[in-house]
Design a protein around this ligand. Sequence first.
Ligand code: UDP
Ligand code: MG
Length: 329
Amino acid sequence: MQAEFMISVVVPVYNEMEVLPDFHERISRVFDGLPLDAEIVYVNDGSEDDSLSILNRIREQDARVAIVDLSRNFGKEIAMTAGLHKAGGDAVIVIDADLQDPPELIPRLIDEWKKGYDVIYAKRARREGESAFKKLTAHIFYRLMRTIGQIKIPEDTGDYRLLSRRAVDALNTLSEQHRFMKGLFTWIGYRQKAVMYERDPRYAGESKWNYWHLWNFAIEGITSYSSAPLKLASYLGLLTALGAFSFGIFILIRTLLYGDPVQGYPSMIVIILFLGGVQLMSIGVLGEYVGRIFTETKRRPLYFVNDYSARRGNAERKEARLEKGNCAE
Ligand code: UDP
Ligand code: MG
């Protein structure tokens, strides 16, 4: 049976042995009910558990499965990128393996794609099993990105989405090392649409994200899309210089009027420490950007592939897309 379209699904996998069998079961049930060809690209992101052998077993039983085995753990963003490079479908769906993104939503994503949208993202109606603090920090982050990053990243949206072929091709032309995917998905533009759903708490295993990771993630997002922190540093410098200048005039007049007994140690030490702090902070902000320039200029490949097992069946279809992408094997 030659179906009209082929849909690729990209699944980054890092230590997910507990959920993989259930995940595959659920996603294959969804595709069994659709009149489409499917390709499910599992990207093993250097898992230390038995995820890879489970994936190999799944692939033996299901011809739709492809496996990209990366040479080590590169992080979710790069794992997704590797999957997008390999995906050969007319549309590509990115989904987490932990069943927090319900595969049952896929038919609705496909419907919107058929209506002509290029990026259809799944928007959570509510967040289950997450602390108030995490919700608040997430909200602040999105606000910040909107105002200083000038990029409208949809709130309450993970990476779960469907991308049209041209959206994937657009993403694949971006070769930057610092890949803030949530931003990139939005940055490419095209017609974007939200589909609402209720997100479940993590099914099994545990989230690999802690607050330190989230903090770095936020810095990554902001520095990738905005040079506002640099501007802030210069304004802060200007402001302190103005303050120092007025204080200088005040001291001068006071000395002329009242003489100059040796006094003012506390105010002096406060000023010195304050200026030192402002300077160090500004250098730190500068450093964040210089560090990013440093990694970008090395132009390293984004990842290395240890092994790639393509989807069995209609190999010709894949061949055309395989050459693409910024990767080395
Ligand atoms: N993941 C990955 N590499 C990593 C960390 C995570 O490929 O270094 C995958 C993980 O297997 C899962 C998805 O990314 O499929 C989301 O991970 P997680 O559930 O830990 O993140 P959260 O849902 O808390 O954002
Ligand atoms: Mg998760």
